[in-house]
Design a protein around this ligand. Structure first.
Ligand SMILES: NC(=O)c1ccc[n+]([C@@H]2O[C@H](COP(=O)([O-])OP(=O)(O)OC[C@H]3O[C@@H](n4cnc5c(N)ncnc54)[C@H](OP(=O)(O)O)[C@@H]3O)[C@@H](O)[C@H]2O)c1
Length: 229
């Protein structure tokens, strides 16, 4: 993505869509929100707040007008929202979602056998799904200083060029990007979000955290990587 500005569709006008759309617009990108209610007062207010020539339309029209799509909807509505995008062959989808549902123990649990990222790739096979931002709070995306320190954004995907482009976008937001491998590792990233949410679910906001990967921690002498046992 380098320094070039792009037209980017942001699907979902909630906390994540609003925060990411706002940052994209402030960086000079042209944002088109894809909403189930593009003409609602709420969407109009978000468009006005986002500024910078932002518009809103149906998910299909937003996706058609952009090469890059940010997918920011709840897991429960993800399959329907994915099908509402229409033809997305050849486009990159930044998946910020987490396949989570409430468990009987009052915590979150993974709501699929694979991951949201892999599911979206399966539903939209001609697209390139890159998972990013799913481990970061929306308020920190809107204002990285709210984290009180550096933030790592792990990224996974199967297309190296698309992953590099998304990494550059992540960095332009003020975060450190960390390539943690292929899309199958979306499972690991979505489990990170389970841990992230625990302090909020338990009413311990003072313990809320953001992820930061401190490098340089490997043992000085190593016999290589092997599974334990
Ligand atoms: N909140 C966070 O800090 C955070 C952080 C990391 C990842 N995430 C992940 O990001 C995704 C979005 O989270 P969010 O907090 O932005 O959610 P949210 O505030 O509830 O907003 C989700 C948006 O998705 C759209 N949508 C499409 N289909 C929907 C459906 N069936 N039901 C409800 N909304 C639907 C809606 O926009 P329209 O009405 O305009 O269509 C809605 O505003 C989730 O998968 C979440 O796990 C959230």
């Amino acid at each position: 993505m380098s320094n070039a500005t792009k037209t980017i569709a942001v699907i979902g006008t909630g906390r994540m869509g609003g925060a990411i759309g706002g940052r994209l617009a402030s960086l000079g990108h042209t944002v088109i929100f894809g909403s189930r209610a593009p003409d609602s007062e709420e969407t109009a207010a978000l468009v006005q707040k986002t500024g910078g020539g932002t518009t809103a339309s149906s998910p299909t029209d937003a996706a058609a007008a952009a090469d890059l799509i940010v997918f920011a909807v709840p897991w429960a509505g993800a399959e329907k929202a994915a099908s509402s995008l229409g033809a997305v062959d050849g486009k990159t989808i930044i998946d910020v979602t987490n396949a989570l549902s409430f468990g009987s123990h009052g915590l979150m649990e993974i709501a699929t056998d694979t991951s949201s990222g892999e599911s979206i790739q399966k539903w939209l096979p001609g697209s390139t799904v890159i998972k990013a931002f799913n481990t970061v709070g929306f308020h920190v995306i809107a204002n990285p200083e709210a984290a009180g320190g550096p933030v790592s954004v792990p990224i996974v995907g199967d297309d190296e060029d698309a992953k590099t482009a998304v990494a550059e976008l992540v960095q332009s937001f003020g975060f450190e990007s960390v390539d943690v491998g292929p899309l199958v590792h979306a499972r690991a990233l979505e489990m990170m979000s389970m841990i992230y949410i625990v302090p909020y679910l338990q009413g311990r906001k003072e313990d809320a955290f953001e992820f930061y990967f401190r490098r340089g921690a490997a043992p000085k002498v190593s016999a290589g990587v092997r599974a334990a046992g």
